[in-house]
Write a protein that binds this ligand. Structure first.
Ligand code: GAL
Length: 952
């Protein structure tokens, strides 16, 4: 057993000097580990974790919704990337308020009872702009993610800022939720700078981080395994076996047997820091429904159980809730606005079959403690050679975990088999003794044998065990299997017990010689069996088919564990004396059955008394209401206004920045004789940027060739003296100058969309690739051009710090407040949608609407745009001033944009402003609101402060 001596020392020092705060008053805990598992206060933990990015859900109260949904599915941890760029618009400036309040996030995690795996980078990848680096990092000379002094100084600046928050929320420092801390991310390529890794670890420790540190290797290749120079405490790797091609969602890859990785880091627990929970989807991709299919419930079933059977005791699924890369957060090469990811919890916070499967396996990992310490055992030969049986067993208890899977894990055939089993309780030449074990299509079964289930002895079961708990003196267990499939459960008793089948059809036989009670059945709507006497505590088995098992929920309360069946979600359970307070969500009316200690006599549901009756089986049953219908208003009353005044020669750009730098730290240098035009050099890191080049033509110029770097799917449009010359999809483009366009004093106006910076996955400064114009050259003349540049208002000195660096670029309308609620648009022209375009450039559409969604319900609202995909235009969608979507009509695939409650006023007035850029016939297609899911329940959601127009 390893303990963190250093941590202990640091901790003592910290506690001695810490001011007495709420956190300091809570007891501190220890986090240790050995080769089997993580341990909290010496108790082993199976870490079953889901990835969630608060910065992709800009409504803090909804963080609670997502974390409660995760906790309710049996996740005991959440892994969180902290995005440096999201907090730092400018070197030295850090914001942890409002939607950036990570202290609040960590408090919510603690209140929810879920541990946190903190991943502050500094580099995170994550399909986000610059892989999480702030825009200002493009202005460094040194190679990022190495010991280059400018970069290391900046990375330390970030750690200082974020660690000050994280350290207060460690489990080792006052009982916060953080149990692990990650330095760097997939730092596994050709550049491997041990000095840099050591500097990050040293800095985290110096900042008071006392939990174990780890790094996530891109594959189990041993990069930064403990003992190597620069290595952190724990070794972890990532795994995305089905890759990211959502166009072919049925094309599976084989499930990797990670048992071979054991020697890679022999003294630390087997830890997958990111395992595939879905997939990203690029501009023009097939859409997230296909990604959800690629990584569906059967994928989870086969691959996640396979990981368990490989001996992994820390698993984190990337993503469990993906959310939204709102504003300019996306890395343009890999994702668009939605980051739904096809994850178990959808972008609109809805639950489905993937969530149910996570719950079945997650509950199992949390219920069966012996799973936290296993060694590989011999494979068992199944009678049917298409089925393989891998085993892991606990060296102390000799509990066996048998994974039954297809030999070819991509197979879709239906196999049936029996197999021999030897457990401490004896040898069974053919299991099951009646019927067969099914491996039907893409499924795997993780069976438990030789297990002390509470006060029972489970010899084996061909049903899977979802969970079990001692409730009111009775062991209660939920078993499941495919609908109609055979199931057999054998329990050992000192003497013959009494069996009562309360529901369903279950055969039972007593083998007096062995002391075995054998139950045989087919899985269906739950069967219920009571076993009493026989020298053991009473037992209740709830035997469900896979679908029916999803209706069970379990929580721990002060009075002991409770189990429910029914509702779409049971979020929390709190027992106080005879009262059990439950919270949760329903869409349709239905029964709720509660297994609780006998002391519980009254139940409340979402704060209201729930009339319950005691059933013959001793449980409590009540009836829950469904949700009230919701009607969303049609969006009418649109007003429109064309902008783009910057194209005109007489536009006043005196307040703009002169783009006249002759040198840059950025590794990309300007062509000889030309100034630096990279927008990042002038502090304009995100969104659209304008250039105005002033020059005196000779009249002989016939064309101008521009090179503009936009990032994938970007565009730039060019005007000369107010005349539209055309647009380019990025790169070098020659624009002809029509006769009669030149004047003595010329102005070349260019509007360029910076789609976002590349990630730096390969440690080659790819994020520093310039965004904006690179060069301009004329044909027929060599005029001297003096450039002015304007991006987001204020540049790095944000004009709108509440919404932050990724919300706005430099469109005229954005600079003038047209995106904001309260902007006086009454002078604009009335229009209806779809609307025609009048001129090339940017046209805005605004409307307001009121919502009065029923109280006590949670409706996820989306905004839908539809149009003929042949029409070429792009739009930005602002809701109450927040840039919640970027729509590329001719590229897709996204048409529905999630509007997080809180940003959207569920009870109040809302403003939509859409800026459409194009040169074709269409300004904007049809726009409407859609209900993405309504439930009675939810969490209270406060409106997110959304500053209104104040005049500019
Ligand atoms: C990993 C990376 C994550 C994310 C993921 C794909 O390689 O660590 O940040 O990019 O791939 O979604």
């Amino acid at each position: 057993m390893q303990t963190l001596g250093l941590c202990g020392l640091l901790l003592t020092g910290l506690l001695a000097s810490a001011p007495v705060t709420e956190a300091a008053a809570r007891p501190a805990h220890t986090v240790t580990y050995d080769k089997y598992s993580l341990e909290l206060d010496g108790k082993r933990l199976y870490v079953w974790s889901g990835e969630f990015h608060y910065w992709r859900l800009p409504s803090p109260d909804l963080w609670r919704d997502v974390l409660q949904k995760m906790k309710a599915a049996g996740f005991n941890a959440v892994s969180i990337y902290f995005d440096w760029g999201f907090h730092s618009p400018k070197q030295g400036v850090y914001d942890f308020t409002g939607i950036r309040d990570v202290g609040k996030l960590l408090d919510i995690a603690r209140q929810t009872g879920i541990y946190v795996i903190a991943r502050p980078g500094p580099y995170i990848n994550a399909e986000t702009d610059s892989g999480g680096f702030p825009g200002w990092l493009t202005q460094q000379a040194g190679l990022a993610r190495t010991s280059a002094p400018d970069y290391v100084a900046a990375a330390k600046e970030w750690f200082t800022a974020i660690d000050a928050v994280l350290k207060r929320h460690q489990v080792t420092d006052g009982g916060g939720p953080i149990v692990l801390y990650q330095v760097e991310n997939e730092y596994s390529g050709t550049v491997l700078d041990a000095g840099y890794m050591q500097a990050l670890a040293d800095k985290a420790r110096a900042d008071g981080i006392t939990v174990p540190l780890f790094h996530n290797d891109v594959w189990p290749g041993g990069k930064w395994a403990p003992g190597k120079p620069g290595a952190p405490d724990l070794y972890a790797f990532d795994g995305y076996p089905n890759l990211f091609d959502c166009r072919n969602p049925q094309a599976w890859k084989p499930a990797p047997d990670f048992r071979w990785t054991r020697p890679v880091s022999p003294d630390t627990p087997m830890f997958v820091a990111e395992f595939q929970g879905g997939s990203f989807d690029p501009w023009g991709g097939p859409g997230y429904d296909k990604c959800r299919e690629l990584t569906d419930a059967s994928f989870e079933n086969v691959f996640y159980k396979n990981n368990i059977a490989s001996g992994l005791t820390l698993q984190n699924f990337y993503m469990t809730y993906g959310g939204t890369s709102w504003g300019w957060l996306p890395d343009p090469n890999v994702v668009y606005t939605s980051y739904d990811y096809g994850a178990a919890i959808s972008e609109a916070r809805q639950l489905g079959p993937k969530y149910d499967e996570q719950k079945r396996i997650g509950y199992f990992t949390q219920a069966v403690e012996t799973l936290t310490k296993t060694d590989p055992g011999p494979d068992i030969a199944a009678v049917n050679p298409a089925v393989t049986l891998k085993t892991q067993s606990n060296p102390d208890t000799r509990t066996q975990f048998v994974l039954a899977q297809h030999k070819d894990t991509t197979s879709t055939t239906h196999e049936r088999t029996t197999f021999p089993l030897t457990v401490p309780d004896g040898t069974y030449p053919a299991v099951p003794q009646q019927g067969a074990l099914d491996v039907d299509g893409r499924e795997a079964k993780l069976l438990v044998a030789g297990y002390d289930l509470g006060g029972q002895r489970l010899v084996y079961s061909t049903s899977e065990l979802m969970t079990h708990a001692r409730i009111g003196g009775r062991d209660t267990a939920v078993l499941y299997g495919g609908a109609g499939q055979d199931g057999e459960t054998v329990l050992r008793y000192p003497s013959e017990p009494k069996v009562t089948v309360l529901d369903g059809s279950v055969d039972h036989a007593w083998d007096a010689a062995r002391g075995d009670l054998r139950l045989d059945y087919r899985h269906g709507g739950p069967a219920r069996v009571r076993v009493e006497g026989g020298g053991r505590a009473p037992l209740e088995l709830l035997i469900a088919d896979t679908a029916a098992s999803a209706a069970f929920w379990k929580q721990d309360t002060a009075a002991g564990p409770v189990l429910e069946r029914g509702a779409d979600l049971v979020r929390t359970a709190t027992a106080t004396g005879p009262l059990l307070a439950l919270t949760g969500d329903t869409s349709r009316a239905g029964d709720l059955e509660v297994w609780a200690p006998p002391s519980v006599r009254w139940v409340t549901w979402n704060g209201r008394p729930l009339p319950v009756t005691r059933t013959a089986a001793g449980t409590l049953r009540g009836r829950l209401d469904g949700s009230a219908p919701v009607t969303l208003p049609a969006l009418t009353g649109w007003r429109t206004q064309y902008e783009t005044p910057e194209r005109q020669p007489d536009f006043d750009d005196t307040p703009w920045t002169a783009a006249d730098h002759t040198t840059t730290n950025n590794p990309a240098k300007p062509p000889a004789g030309q100034p630096v035009l990279n927008a990042d050099d002038y502090g304009f890191h995100h969104g659209d940027v304008w250039y105005r080049g002033h020059f005196s033509s000779t009249g002989t110029e016939t064309a101008v060739t521009l090179n503009g770097i936009t990032g994938n799917q970007g565009v730039y449009s060019v005007w000369l003296n107010g005349t539209y010359l055309g647009s380019s999809g990025g790169g070098t483009h020659e624009f002809a100058i029509p006769a009669g366009t030149l004047k003595p004093d010329d102005v070349l106006s260019v509007l360029l969309e910076n789609m976002g910076h590349n990630e730096d996955w390969d440690v080659n400064d790819a994020h520093k690739q310039p965004r904006g114009l690179v060069s301009a050259a004329f044909t027929g003349g060599t005029p001297d051009v003096h450039w002015k540049i304007q991006g987001a208002l204020g540049g790095e000195d944000l004009a709108d710090p509440v919404r932050g660096p990724f919300n706005n670029g430099g469109l005229y309308g954005e600079r003038a407040g047209w995106s904001l609620p309260g902007f006086p648009d009454r002078g604009w022209q009335r229009t209806s949608l779809p609307a025609a375009r009048t001129e090339p450039g940017v046209t805005w559409y605004r409307t307001e609407f009121s919502l009065h969604l029923p109280a006590g319900q949670d409706t996820a609202v989306g905004l839908r745009i539809d149009d003929d995909p042949a029409l070429v235009y792009r739009a930005q969608i602002f809701v109450n001033g927040w840039n919640l979507g970027r729509y590329l009509n001719n590229v897709g695939p996204q048409h529905v944009f999630s509007l997080p409650t809180g940003i959207l006023r569920a009870d109040g007035r809302n403003t939509i402003a859409i800026a459409s850029w194009g040169d074709g016939p269409r300004g904007l297609g049809r726009v409407g609101l859609v209900d993405l899911g309504t439930h009675r329940g939810g969490v209270p959601v406060a409106d997110v402060p959304s500053p209104a127009y104040r005049g500019r």
